[in-house]
Design a protein around this ligand. Structure first.
Ligand code: CUA
Length: 322
């Protein structure tokens, strides 16, 4: 291959999401398997068509000096090739692809039939994070969506502000989050694991750093997680209220009831912060609280300019919210 072509080819592959966690061809669910099959079938058809065209071009070049068939036979043969390979064959192939994708793929990946799911989770897009609620429980969390493995989960996708798009490439297709609409999406995972996805509709400055993580767990582990996260706090640290954090964030069971930012009742038990942009460790959390605009410019979290003592007390408090 021409060396000058290597960088653009690598860029195309990177942009297509190959070689990372978010690979649409690594299917981990029934719906995503259907999408993967559809991809390979379309790819196979296209590769076959491309191959046939290349062979015909080569034959035309190879036999360019041979005399054409006598008595108008050449013209009739050419008309036959145009009608057969240029009109009839594409119609048959495209109709077959349309029927397969419309009847099978769309059905398998579309909104789940009412009553066919075992768990519903409300996911709401915000600039620039995901609010996650488990209806019928008190559990509210952010960015990290726990689901039980081998369970049909209905995600109800909504937005609190602009259009976002929820997409976990290894589990199902994209689902737009449109103001005033509730869009259902089926999510299920065959094997326990962590499946990442990005917001896939441009929604503002930090669109590219709006990451969602789905954590598929065995049923017992999921039930334990849900029960633990349903617990409220008995009290909130005075520093949290004094610093104004409670105006935007909720600590369930306390006076901190803000709904602008993520629910922080169990923030220390999450593995990431800032919409899964950075790991949730003491150094990152402290940096994030001190200077969120340095970590994620354009995010809605303001710099609070806290005195050192208050800042340290706030770090200590948040790290205890397991
Ligand atoms: Cu949210 Cu892009």
């Amino acid at each position: 291959m021409n060396r000058r072509l290597l960088p653009p080819c690598a860029l195309v592959l990177a942009l297509a999401g190959c070689g990372g966690d978010e690979n649409t061809l690594h299917s981990a669910s029934h719906a995503e398997s259907t999408i993967t099959h559809l991809f390979w079938i379309v790819f196979g058809f296209c590769a076959f068509g491309f191959g046939v065209v290349c062979v015909l071009l080569f034959l035309g070049w190879w036999r360019r000096n041979e005399p054409s068939l006598p008595g108008g036979h050449g013209e009739r043969a050419a008309t036959g090739v145009v009608i057969g390979a240029g009109v009839a064959l594409p119609i048959v192939l495209l109709v077959a692809l349309f029927v397969y994708s419309d009847l099978f793929a769309t059905k398998a990946t579309g909104a789940p039939v009412k009553g066919s799911t075992q768990l519903t989770i409300d996911v709401t897009g915000h600039q620039f994070w995901w609010e996650v609620r488990y209806p019928g429980t008190t559990v509210v969390t952010a960015n990290e969506i726990h689901i039980p493995v081998n369970t049909r989960v209905e995600i109800v996708a909504r937005t609190a502000d602009v259009i976002h798009s929820f997409w976990i490439p290894e589990l199902n297709r994209k689902m737009d989050m449109i103001p005033g609409q509730s869009n259902p999406l089926l999510l299920d995972a065959r094997t326990p694991g962590t499946y990442a996805g990005h917001c896939s509709e441009f929604c503002g400055l930090q669109h590219a750093h709006m990451v969602a993580i789905v954590i598929a767990q065995p049923r017992a582990a999921f039930s334990r997680w849900l029960a633990h996260n349903a617990q409220s706090s008995s009290a909130v640290s005075p520093v949290f209220i004094q610093a104004g954090c409670g105006n935007c964030h909720t600590i369930r069971g306390t006076a901190a009831r803000g709904t602008v930012g993520p629910d922080l009742t169990h923030v220390a038990s999450r593995s990431t912060i800032a919409a899964a942009l950075i790991p949730n460790d003491p150094a990152n959390l402290a940096h994030w609280i001190r200077d969120p605009q340095d970590v994620k410019p354009g995010s809605r979290m303001p710099n609070l300019d806290l005195p050192d003592a208050e800042w340290q007390a706030l770090n200590g408090y948040l790290e205890r919210l397991r």
